[in-house]
Structure formats: C-alpha cells, structure tokens
Write a protein that binds this ligand. Structure first.
Ligand code: PMP
Length: 356
C-alpha cells in the first residue's frame, strides 16, 4: 500500500489531520488541567466552557436564530428517529415522512410506534432515473405534527437542497449533510445529525430546535430523550459523552477556520464534480441519479461488469484510497466525502475512475 492513505468510509468518517493532531495532544493533557481529555469530568468548568463554545460556533456558522436551541445528546441518529416522534408528535393525528429512500423510511418506521405515519412521495420512480420531487409538489397533510425529510440519502447518494414553505414544522435528518449544504435554519422546526460523518465521531447527535416545539413532549418519553430537559440542563442531564462533544467542538473550530459554511459547500461541489465527470467520461460506469439530485457528499456508482468494480477497489486500495465499497444494500462503489476529505484524495480517485 502507498504511504498516502485516505478513508472514504460513510461514517465513522475521515477527520481532518489538524483535528487528529490536536486530539493526540489533548489525550496527553487537556488545557493544563492535569488530566487527559479522556478523563475530563462532565461537571468541570472546562467541559461546560467547551459545550458553550461548540454551541456558539454552530450558531455562528449556520446563522441559527436566537429562538432555536442547540442540544448535544448521546446516541446516534437512529435514536433521534424515536426522539423526534416522542418529542414532537404531541396530540396530533399524524406525522408525515417524505420518502426519499432507506433512511427516511427507517425514520418513519421507528416513529410509527408512537404516531400514525403518512409517507409523502419524494422520489419519481417511473423512469430509469431516480429524481427527487420538487418541494412544491410534496403532498403534506396539514394535520401532521411535522414533516420529516432526509435531504441527503447516504446509501444511494440522492440529495436535494432547500424546502418550500409548509404549514407544518419541517424536521430534517442532516446526518450525512450537516454543515455541507446551504440551508436557512429558520425554515425548519428541528434539524438533527449524528456526529460521526461531518461533525466528529460516533456516540453523539446534535439537535437544533425551535423554542415553541419544546412543549409537545409526551410524558412517556425517557428523560434522556427529552429535548426540554437537555435544554434546561445545557446538555448535561447525566454523564455526557465528553470526548465526542470535544471532537465536535474541534470540528466546528476547524470548519470556522476554513472559512465556514460557504467554503464547505463549495468544496463539496468541487469534490463531487471531479468524480461525476470521471464517471460520466467512462462508459463502464453507471450512476442513475438525476443530475440535480446527485449527492455532493456520497457519490455512489456501479458497473455492468462487477470485475471492473473489483479491479477499481483493488487499484484504489493499492494507492491508499480506502473505504470505497458500496453500502451492503447497494453494492458497487461509494465515495463518502465529508468535510474532512482533501481534494488530493478525490483527484487521485477520479484519475483511477477515468483510466479503469
Ligand atoms: N440517517 C442518515 C441519513 C444516515 O446516513 C445514517 C447512518 N448512515 C443514519 C440516519 C443512522 O445513523 P446512526 O448509525 O448514528 O444511528
């Protein structure tokens, strides 16, 4: 294997080198505290300060209005599938879920334990291509507690950006697109993401929610899934996942230093264009997502001849380009390129795709 390696895995995902170097140093000792970041108390002033900094950074980078709360909760996005319904369904008859693929359906199926679900068609399926339906054509029941959407479907690499006005709050699963899409937080009721892709490591979710939605929580909600309790206790309800929060804070600092959201979005477009151009230039490879809905984050593609896929994976590995195997449901190849992905690694991969 070459000396240069880059990991294209879908999550846990590549962290920027600078972030890994800082972690190495803070594992020795965190900010003259005499303890490692791995040992830092969740009740220490340093941790309180760290969470405060992370909240302020996220608010700044995403221009989050003051009437939105930012919460850090243990557990991944699948736990949020339950949390969203338990906290927001209230006494409503239904919740609506835009169906754009695997993750949106999974979110709906877990929520259906607590509230009746209406799926809203989000994809056009009657052509050879997969295309997202424009938000002006979503049919959302106005009696829904909320509309849940998944703007980037990680497995097949389907993405849409932006939403239309609806008369129900929009809840977005940004697990594979947080801080990688230009969105206006004010158009949403709640946004959440597990941290292990664009925001750090596994074990933590970040939730951004509008103040008025806090009152809908069902009394049967476990304490640790209650957004109102996390807001009240500044995300320290019990022993918080200190290390995961710390890495997210490093990532937010890093994103800010790189130039913030616009730079992240522009780099995602640059990286994905390099790959799609290479895929389209080589007729051995296929990608059947509508041009406008090709993910700028997870580029998934396949080939008629599986030998070509096998060979590309081998060649990539020998050049230190790792983690390119497609999802177990999809096969083929998937390059997941979150914020920590350097352009050089993508250029190398594009070259391999062209010459395959
Ligand atoms: N939503 C999306 C869009 C995802 O990509 C994933 C994980 N790949 C999840 C939810 C589930 O996340 P977790 O494994 O943290 O529960």
């Amino acid at each position: 294997m070459s000396n240069y390696t880059h990991y294209f895995g879908a999550g846990p995902a590549a962290l920027p080198l600078e972030v890994k170097q800082q972690i190495e140093s803070d594992i020795n000792e965190y900010q003259n505290t005499g303890v490692s970041i791995l040992e830092l108390s969740h009740r220490s002033d340093e941790f309180f300060q760290l969470l405060h900094e992370a909240r302020e950074l996220l608010r700044d980078i995403y221009s989050i209005p003051q009437h939105y709360h930012i919460v850090f909760m243990a557990g991944g996005a699948t736990l949020q599938f339950d949390a969203v319904a338990l906290n927001l369904a209230g006494n409503f008859k239904y919740a609506s879920y835009l169906d754009t693929g695997f993750w949106s359906r999974k979110a709906g199926s877990l929520a259906s334990k607590y509230v009746d679900i209406k799926y809203v068609q989000g994809l056009v399926t009657d052509t050879k291509q997969i295309c997202c339906i424009d938000c002006s054509d979503w049919h959302v029941d106005s009696e829904s507690a909320y509309l849940h959407i998944t703007p980037n479907e990680t497995i097949y690499g389907v993405e849409f950006v932006g939403v239309c006005n609806t008369n129900v709050p929009i809840v977005a699963d940004l697990t594979s697109s947080m801080l990688m899409q230009n969105i206006d937080v004010a158009n949403y009721g709640l946004l959440y993401a597990a941290a292990q892709k664009s925001l750090g490591i596994a074990g933590l979710s970040v939730v951004i929610l509008r103040d008025d939605l806090l009152t809908r929580v069902s009394e049967k909600t476990p304490d640790l899934l209650r957004y109102d309790l996390h807001v009240e206790h500044h995300s320290i309800v019990n022993t918080a996942p200190v290390f995961a929060c710390y890495v997210t804070n490093l990532m937010l600092n890093w994103i800010k230093q790189q130039g913030g959201l616009d730079v992240m979005v522009q780099q995602a477009q640059q990286r994905s264009s390099l790959l799609y151009e290479a895929i389209d230039a080589n007729d051995k490879f296929t990608n059947n997502i509508c041009t406008n809905n090709r993910s700028t984050i997870n580029v998934a593609f396949d080939a008629q001849d599986q030998q070509v896929i096998k060979q590309l994976l081998n060649d990539a590995e020998s050049q230190g380009l790792l983690g390119l195997q497609g999802h177990r449901h999809a096969g083929g190849i998937r390059a997941s390129m979150y914020n920590g992905t350097p352009i050089k690694a993508v250029e190398n991969l594009a070259e391999l795709i062209r010459s395959a």
